[in-house]
Design a protein around this ligand. Sequence first.
Ligand code: RAM
Length: 951
Amino acid sequence: MKSIVFLRQITKIVFLLIVSIKAYALSDIEPVNLRCEYKVKPVIDVKAPRLSWELISRENNQEQKAYQIMVASSAKLLGQNKPDMWNSGKILSGSTNQIEYKGNELESAKTYYWKVRSWDKSENAGKWSEISAWEMGLLDKIEWGAKWIGYNLDSLNKNPDYHLPPSPYLRKETDLKKPVKSARLYITSLGLHEFYINGKRIGEDYFMPGWTDYNRRVYYQVYDITENLSIGKNAFGAILSYGWYSGYLGYALLVKSPQVRAFYGETPVLKACIVVEYLDGEKKIIVTDNTWKANDGPIRESDILNGETYDARMELSGWNIPYYDMRRWKPVKIYPDKAERKLQVYPGNPVRIYTELKPKNIIERPQGKYIIDFGQNFSGVVRLKVKGKAGDSIIVRYGEMLHPDGRLMTENLRKARATDTYILKGEAKEETWMPSFTYHGFQYVEVSGLQYRPDTGTLTGVVLSSVTPQAGKLETDNAMVNKLYENIVWTQRSNYFDIPTDCPQRDERLGWTGDAHVYMKSAIYNNDIAAFFTKWLEDLNDAQLPNGAYPIYAPMPMKNGMAAIRPSDSYSPGWMEAGIICSYELYKAYSDIHIVRKYWQNMKKFMQFLEQKSAGNYLLKERSFEETNPKGGFGDWLSIGKKTSPDLLATMYYAYCNKLMAEMAEAIGENSDQMYFKENAIKIQQAFEKHYMDETGKLKINSEIYGNVNGYIEYRPETGFHGHTQTAYANAIYMNLLTPVQMEVAGEKLKDLINENLGKLATGFLGVKPLLPALSVTGATDYAYKLLLSQEYPSWGFEVVNGATTIWERWNSYTKEKGFENNAGMNSFNHYSFGSVNEWMFGNMAGIKNTEPGFRKFIIKPEVPGIGINYVNVSYHSINGEILSSWKKEGDKFTLTVSIPVNTKALVYIPAKTNGFVYLNNKKLEKKLENGYVPVEIGSGEYIFSSVIER
Ligand code: RAM
């Protein structure tokens, strides 16, 4: 009896032990890639920063059931689990991103340390993450105590063609009496700056503080300069340039605008604050004030569009190191601040050197000139390593293409001089120089002034781009498609340059809104652009016009209530919707409801503008936008063939924006707005159907209404405007504006139009993005592949086989027969809009599409062509982790390898033959075929599916 009791007790203990082990078992779920406001260990000035992490685990179908965040004011406290700032406690939630800090108030200039742990699907806690951190900027402008300082050199270098004054140099020396514990540099400028401490350039960033509406806000950077300082004398030096603040912008010179440069101010100015903390805790603060001295120096001209001239003979040797003789330097001038101008931490990804390129080919030209081919079109500059006599000028001209006779083609740069000049000081050793405040879009440079043949070390291509982290990879067994993808990536790299520009080479480089929204989803698959667009959406909303319309580009400097670069620039259907579409894409891709909330009132104001335009008809009839220039806006810009009515497009965008607004309203819990926009969308769809569609489902417009009206850029009386175009159907399908029956009809019509056009596309900027997706949705994947794989004009392949290394602005930017036919004045070879086919390559060819914000839920539904591609390997690093879709077709055998991040769910569609079987990791699945696919829902993990498909 005794022993039985004993046994019972033992069993009970063992049982309790097992239960408690289970309860306290440590899961292998682990938070990694901890970020704050989309960045790893950033400096920020957001009062309730958003935290995110990704999860890893060896277990399949793993999920997060809860999390806990701890934030402390020191790493030590956090290590001891003493979160003096915030302890979230165990929060029952599956969210791993967009989690707002809810702790004690964050203070200026402090660093905060944080960690997180998650509970897995079985409610077991994982281990704590590694410690991450963020630092706060200066939260109040007053704290800077610094003045705007500058040195006006505006009267110099005024010549009839360009007014390019030299760069001011500013400096100051300070004694530091004791050993330094830590030091920070807070720095900004109106115009561009480079900053030096004791001879060393601070930071790796270029073109800071970026382009904003400087009347409203200017950004600053924060650098840890602890290592740069030493006891004793320290020298601080800055070089300023005109940049977007006071240099040339866009085509102002070309179109002979009343003002061509200095749109925000004339003199570039600097504001800096250096906070030094000595080892003993005492602080010393050095600010820009009237104790700084100024001079002009070797940079004789510097302008983003026009280039830089550097006279090495005028170098101020030793100017940025201590004990420099300052007698010839002048006092700086103090410039007033604007009370309303905000001073904020740069929220985007700064421009940095991406990589360097060696010359691929060096070609000798007449008159001692050489052309250097870098083999790749890109944004950046060249670094020179040259020798020669004092006073010799080395002149570098930049171009994207060569004329057939071998000359550098520069006509398409229009008024952008795009020339850098280096004047040698004539040293015995080689002299090295790279411009600081200009960039060019080019593949070739022409160099003159060299007394010898350059070799591959003489000129180096320096690639500059905003550092948006890589997110996607795409590879197929089709060399042309691979090259197309590479070209798309290079085009994005060239144009995501502080703002999303249209092109990097000519006198334009503006944040064109139409280009930005048609390409954005494509961009998302390639890079993490969350921070980049967080910055530009601010620019876009700052530029919202008083009537509520979003402009055709942003930033848009204004003068007397009109665009300053070209007074007739305002808004355009197809462009202005970027205010809605880009916010929506950011929300969808990164689950960013914060951005939706932030601009909700702005977006509603835009919707009111559209409503007023529709005058109660829920429709934008023909000739609804007579007030813009060009009339009706830009329409399906650079399309070829029949032109789509801009108002028909405007109406579709009107409906589409209402749909997106309804979805965003739901996301932020604005229920009445949601109802309102949803109903509006329906009403617009009905009005659209009534006005722009005949009984057979054919899209139509009344072209005669446009007759005899000058000012419609694409309207010709002979050819008119149309509704029955590829662009019109593609958009109607993509935007989901049709009933199922109409959808089917539209799909047929779209195919008919392609057939009539000998199997070719005819779309412009607005039609190209939805074209392949629309074909896919309506079951014409074979058509989509035919267009993708075509190498005949007009197609993506045509550009590739004609040597393109980036995406062209026009389908016929260059043809072998006609050369640079068209308008060499508007002919960029580095323009991403037509690269929007990338969205289809990731979303359809590889089949990765998000169905819940942030790719928390997504589908993988690869579309497999009959011929042309047998292997596709695509990954996308979402905010929830890395997704893989890799498929292979060998005869009739199909294999699909997928990888699903922890805490996400995927609906995988495996293509299969009727009556065919689908295997998962070699095990037969008992599932039914639906429209050629077997859908399988899976959680995290790696899986290999195989099936038999039609050959
Ligand atoms: C061109 C720009 C841009 C386009 C507008 C309409 O000048 O390059 O790509 O959006 O015009």
